[in-house]
Design a protein around this ligand. Structure first.
Ligand code: MN
Length: 357
């Protein structure tokens, strides 16, 4: 595996490449062209500039998170074929620039959902948290304003203000789209893009839904082992794979994370490894990466990845906000750096216990 950190680009991220370069064991970044809206083609020039900037700092682009999928593709809207053509063009340009991993998600309207971005924990740190009763008390169009005050002046992925202005239209677009239809639309999309993925050896890695259940009555399908395996079988090509995000699948305590990892051997192309704490049904908060700080056994998660021979990029995920840092919630430097160091430590111990360096 290769340890990486997510980076939003110098125009958007409070964390610099120079800082990332100093985290022990981190050799790559997972990045994006944050200012290109979903549906538009990424040009080779922009991709090359991004690569050059990262490489000049002594790192490399280990993958893209995300190339966002336009809602017309997810909902089979009127322009879906046009947006798929654009997506294919973007993949071709990435392939020609020697980038071979693309993370994306297929969640309708909302990307990840939280009800608090700065819940205070006993140690004085703040974390993202989710409380189902708070969601149930809100209308979808109130969601953005209820959390935007805690974004520390940053633009959070999937919660761009201009996108949130169109929420009612988006809900209209998804009217009549149930889980089966969403699966069909995902299959349609994947079958169209597989030829370019094979040609350039690009591994698509779908991100699970977060939280892993329906929010505001919208369908969600990347929620558990059964549905993930259904997706892999539906388009049975190694280029159709998974981003195994423990913090997203793990929102549902019934999901046995190490068992899920083992069931997807060969098809996990990217891993987000973080911990969270379940307080009550429908109430969870993010935690430090350490097993004892949350509800997951991080050793068993890393061991499952080791056992299936996982060799893709891995990254610590949302960190707590600590030591007075002001950054995009979940994406500060300090706690993610601690997370990377901890995961590297687990990995080294697992490797050495198998007699490997
Ligand atoms: Mn994730």
């Amino acid at each position: 595996m290769e340890m990486t950190l997510r980076w939003y680009g110098s125009a958007f991220d409070t964390v610099t490449l120079e800082q990332i370069r100093q985290i022990p064991g981190v050799t790559g970044v997972i990045t994006t062209l944050y200012d290109v809206p979903a549906g538009q083609v990424w040009t080779r020039e922009r991709i090359r500039q991004m690569k050059e900037e990262v490489e000049a700092a002594g790192l490399h682009v280990a993958g893209i998170e995300s190339v966002n999928v336009h809602d017309d593709i997810k909902a089979a809207g009127p322009n879906r074929d046009l947006y798929i053509e654009n997506y294919i063009e973007t993949l071709k340009n990435l392939g020609e620039e020697d980038i071979h991993l693309v993370c994306y998600n297929f969640m309708p309207v909302f990307d990840w959902t939280r009800t608090e971005l700065a819940r205070k924990r006993a140690d004085g740190s703040t974390v993202l948290a989710y409380h189902q009763a708070d969601v149930d008390a809100l209308k979808p169009e109130e969601m953005f304003s209820s959390i935007s005050g805690d974004m520390n002046g940053t633009v959070m992925p999937g919660w761009e203000p201009e996108r949130m202005e169109k929420i009612k239209e988006l809900f209209q677009l998804y009217k009549g789209v149930d889980e089966e239809a969403l699966f069909e639309n995902l299959k349609y999309f994947l079958e169209k893009i597989m030829p370019v993925c094979r040609k350039y050896d690009i591994y698509m890695a779908i991100h699970p839904d977060d939280p892993a259940w329906s929010v505001f009555g919208l369908p969600r399908i990347m929620t558990d082992q059964e549905n993930a395996l259904r997706l892999l079988k539906m388009v049975d090509d190694p280029h159709n794979g998974i981003t195994f995000c423990t913090g997203s699948f793990g929102t549902n305590p019934k999901n046995d994370l190490p068992a899920m990892i083992r069931s997807m051997s060969g098809r996990i192309h990217f891993a987000h490894v973080r911990n969270l704490r379940h307080n009550a049904p429908g109430d969870f908060e993010e935690a430090a990466h350490l097993s004892s700080d949350g509800s997951f056994d991080m050793y068993e998660i890393m061991k499952a990845l080791y056992d299936i021979g996982f060799d893709g990029p891995i990254r610590p995920d949302h960190g707590r906000m600590i030591w007075g840092e002001k950054a995009m919630p979940g994406y500060g430097l300090y706690d993610r750096a601690l997370g990377a160091a901890y995961l590297n430590g687990l990995w080294e111990a697992i490797c050495k216990s198998h007699g490997k360096d």
